[in-house]
Design a protein around this ligand. Sequence first.
Ligand code: ARG
Length: 612
Amino acid sequence: MASCDPKFDLEQAFSKGIASAISDEAAKGDPQIKASNDNKHGDFQCNAALAIARAVGANPRDIAAQILAATPLAALGTAEIAGPGFINIRLGDSALHTMLDRVCMPDLGIEPAPRAHAIVVDLCGVNVAKQMHVGHLRSTILGDVVARLHERLGRKVFRENHLGDWGLPIAMTMSALKRQKRDLKSLTLADLNHAYRAAQLESATDEAGLEAARTRHAGPHRIIELEIQHGSALAAEQDAKATLLRLQAGDAATVAQWQQLIDVTMTEVLETARVLGVDLTNKHSRGESFYRDKLAPTVQAFIDAGLAQVNQGAMVVQFSDRERPLLIRKADGGFLYSTTDLAAVHHRVNTLHAGEIIYVVDARQRDHFRDVFDAIHLIGWDNLADGTQAKMSHLAFGSVLGTDKKPLKTRSGELFTLKALLDEAIQRGTEQVKLRAKQTDSPTEGTSDQEIADIGRAVGIAAVKYADLSGDPIKDYVFDLDRMIAFEGDTGPYIQYAHARIASLLAKSDATESAISNAAWIFNHVAERALVLAILAFPATIKNAADLGSPQRVCSALHELANSYATFYQACPVLKAPDEATRLARLRLSQLTKRVLAQGLHLLGMEAPNRM
Ligand code: ARG
């Protein structure tokens, strides 16, 4: 099937030209095809001649002329040499027509690019009994989009929600709840969160306080008082440890309570995922507890392979290039977060047959993943049965900050929960849509309250998600609802609005569906060509975004497309086009733009309302 990617076709053609004019060796390099900055000079340029000329010590214009003479361009367009040796290329109309026809097909020109092996996306990763906060927002949103992109290319994807559902923190929470005599049946996640924090504070502050009192020679009364408190903390800790033992031993009542904690947590997490429009359900949960019986054998495997050593009673894996070892078993025999992650890789490679594992996790865990990946290489657990090696990567993201550049707070000063934040975004989105609906001639004038609420929700969610997805993930970003929700600028609502405007335009036209889809392409105006090029860039963007794990690329391609459409719409009247053929061609281009925007929004997990 014909390609719809002009850049790719030009790369192919110029590589052939370079091979026959210069050498096969030179053709191995990047032919350096770039979109032109200035469409007066052409649509693309090839900059390869300069580097090749430098390498062989020749005149770059001569080299450019030789390459151009040997490049099979005829089907694509025309080219001329400019400046010190650039080759400016203008695509021919018939090449553009063929490519546009290809993008008009139901798959929008995005061809499947399956892989032999499945891909695991490790996302969300909330901790049971702890409130899901804005940090988890990023993992869930980014991970969902990375998964969607791979799925769109026909790849088998496992979304793995590696819940923190095992170990002492959970046991501490359970034991704190028991001391508070709380009825587990009526608990909310907020209650669990309080119990969790209380349990943590109890053990941490008492010990620290006692230590401080002793070293600072506090009066005997103070020390005794603290010792009593510390005693109760120790008792709490012992109770937590006993709870953990019962849990580990599979004691039915303890396990049932533990399951209740998970259920309370997951009900809220999955509800949030639903509101976010993220594909995350119970079937994606495979928490740390899943690996509990694999931890001792994991450590044993490292010992047997001669890769683990005893260090102050603990078991560690040492690396040749750094001091920091990876702790895999504590001196008291307990296992760690890292032990679980090692066992999880084993499962993912051997049972899920994953050829790639993408961890969408906070950047602060960078060292952890570096150590885990290196330990896995050492023991060879990344080797698939067919001899290929699984690729593991950490898609690390930064923090979400408030407008004061500090961790995000609510108006009342508490840390934002994810739910509160989304509620606010939806409310603000709805206000925006309501405001517009009041204007006469607005497409939403007279819309029912229910429909306004639905559109407002879609806008609020897109605002939050787009802000999260459109930047470099590693950077911290400021959560500024005012900016995010705007219908102008680099925002989700701007792209939704571009889509909705085209929908209204199409609704106003009386042309039939078949008249539009059979219209012959016509483009004379530079704004039309620019729009066509923005459309044609889309299929390749999806493939690159998937392969590089970069939702950001999808955002910028859509932003570019929405901008190109706005310029086109200004310059080229659609409904009032000079003649019928031009009107139909512009309607067809508008309709294709709308489809591409809708597909892009869908891949970003955002809705594309037809009215805004
Ligand atoms: N529960 C962890 C946390 O909140 C995140 C889990 C990430 N995934 C993993 N395989 N370690 O920090």
